[in-house]
Design a protein around this ligand. Structure first.
Ligand code: PLP
Length: 502
């Protein structure tokens, strides 16, 4: 539960000699307590010198939420400014309740206002049964990172350094360290990470790049945008990643690179890919957009090829508050090229020996991603636990006779998606889950060789049977770190109802 502690409650708690019940609930993580930044200044004025010293300790146990100027203007319209502001903050930030010494001062039909005792008994009540699970609930984790993210945003706004600058450099260093590479170059999106990597590798007209047809559009779109030709290799039916043993037969004198995709959060089988690349002198560009933190033989995605491309799209395991991406590399030569290409190919400024583009990452997004990176390992652990819970629940309910679970072939899988396979009843199951308020999605309904815009490549339906089958049979279930065990039980209970009836 996320609760906003009202000024009267905090003033009382700070003056009392006894331990506050609500603070105990916050410290034992049974709920998360918030205080409005405006409340802190009023408290400081009210308190005795002795009690003021306690505010710092209090703030160590709470998170601070800062009202927007709009919130303040709205609250000023009401005679009871403090109470009105509390209600506005609870509604706009998605908190669950206000805790106050005098709930009767609040006039609200939609926001619960509890005394400390009422909150305690509410928390001890059994939870309401789950009736809805979103595929993704991005604002849910916003609560956890709000303070860190807002600090980053405020610092950027105050310095006015919006494009590249120290925030981007700090993020690049942190990501390179996290991904076990020497360098990283922040760019405007995952798509641009792919595009700029191909450009840095000097790939263009007449060249061929081997990749998977079962991926997000950007993988193949970027190859075509540099003027090269994508050459597809079908996927392994268990990992959904490129079948390494099919690659060599696709290598021609025009082949310049292999672009494996670490789909859903699990690395492609990289050893044979790297061996082939070495043998044929090819560049390896990892499309790791969905796989930050995933590993292959104890090495991190992004360090397994010449360049690794990541996306900070908000739905990714490490998402920005908008678009963003990054390229990792341990080659100094590629690093220098990437930096120049990111700025229209300009070096020194306004002198262009090559043509690049505006692929810059903005400082606001870099700061937010940097703040979130500190939480990534915990979130990844939670995603991995969620996948184990699904596996157990689906097995215990005898559903594995209808469903193929996503196996972890190369630890560690980071489960950007938890994707099950359901033979020919996939679309029916999807509708059934949607009718029961469960978000689920198909990634991706059309393999890329069958997309209309790629017809000129000359592929036809039937060329890549495993990719086509996967597109017809797979379904992603909610897996993000925010979901609870009860929500997972609700998902599996509905899958059980679908296959086995009530
Ligand atoms: C496999 C893959 N490649 C590339 C991208 C492109 O990333 P972005 O959306 O940041 O441009 C995505 C994003 O969905 C992706 O999943």
């Amino acid at each position: 539960m996320e609760i906003l502690l009202h000024q009267d409650y905090l003033a009382q708690a700070l003056s009392s000699r006894e331990d506050s019940g609500v603070m105990h609930l916050c410290n034992t993580r049974r709920c998360k307590g918030w205080v409005a930044s405006t409340t802190i200044s009023s408290l400081m004025q009210q308190l005795t010198k002795e009690n003021r010293k306690k505010v710092k300790t209090l703030l160590d146990q709470l998170s601070v939420v800062t009202p927007t100027p709009g919130d303040l203007v709205e609250a000023l319209k009401d005679e009871c400014f403090e109470e009105k502001l509390a209600l506005i903050l609870v509604r706009s930030c998605g908190f669950d309740a206000v805790v106050s010494e005098s709930p009767e001062k609040f006039s609200s039909d939609d926001v619960p206002v509890f005394t400390s005792e009422q909150l305690e008994s509410k928390i001890n009540e059994p939870l309401d049964p789950v009736s809805k699970v979103k595929l993704l609930d991005i604002p849910a984790s916003y609560h956890q990172i709000l303070n860190d993210a807002e600090n980053e945003i405020a610092e950027t706004i105050r310095t006015g350094q919006f494009i590249l600058g120290s925030k981007v450099t700090e993020l690049e260093e942190k990501i390179a360290d996290y991904c076990q590479t020497t360098f990283a170059v922040g760019v405007s999106s995952g798509t641009d990470a792919l595009l700029i990597s191909l450009m840095a590798a000097g790939i263009g007209k007449g060249d061929e790049v081997i990749t998977s047809p079962y991926t997000f559009f950007a993988t193949v779109g970027s190859i075509i945008r540099v003027g090269a030709k994508p050459v597809f290799v079908d996927i392994n039916d268990v990992t959904f990643n490129m079948k390494a043993e099919h690659i060599e037969r696709c290598i021609t004198s025009k082949t310049r690179a292999i672009m494996p995709v670490h789909l859903y959060g699990q690395c492609a089988d990289m050893d044979p890919i790297r061996d082939l690349a070495k043998k044929h002198n090819l560049t390896v560009i990892e499309d790791a957009a969905q796989s930050i933190g995933s590993e292959y033989k104890n090495k991190k995605a992004g360090s397994l090829g010449d360049m690794g491309c990541f996306s900070f799209f908000p739905a990714k395991n490490l998402g920005a508050f908008g678009d963003g991406g990054i390229v990792t590399t341990s080659s100094e030569e590629l690093y220098e090229k990437l930096k120049v290409l990111r700025m229209h190919g300009s070096k020194p400024k306004y002198y262009h020996k090559t043509i690049g583009g505006n692929f810059r990452l903005d400082a606001l997004q870099a700061g937010i991603v940097k703040a979130k990176l500190d939480y990534l390992e915990d979130w990844t652990k939670k995603r991995r636990q969620n996948s184990t819970i699904y596996n157990q629940l689906l097995q215990q309910n005898a559903l594995t006779q209808y469903i193929q679970l996503p196996p972890e072939v190369f630890p560690r899988h980071v489960f950007n998606q938890y994707v099950i396979r359901i033979g020919n009843r996939r679309d029916e199951l999807r509708s059934f889950l949607n009718e029961n308020n469960i978000g689920c999605e198909i990634y991706y309904p059309l393999p890329l060789h069958t997309q209309e815009c790629f017809q000129s490549l000359g592929y036809i339906k039937g060329d890549f049977p495993e990719s086509e089958k996967a597109a017809d049979e797979t379904l992603a279930l909610p897996i993000s770190h925010e979901i609870s065990r009860e929500q997972q039980e609700y998902v599996v209970e509905n899958i059980r109802r679908f296959f086995l009836g009530d």
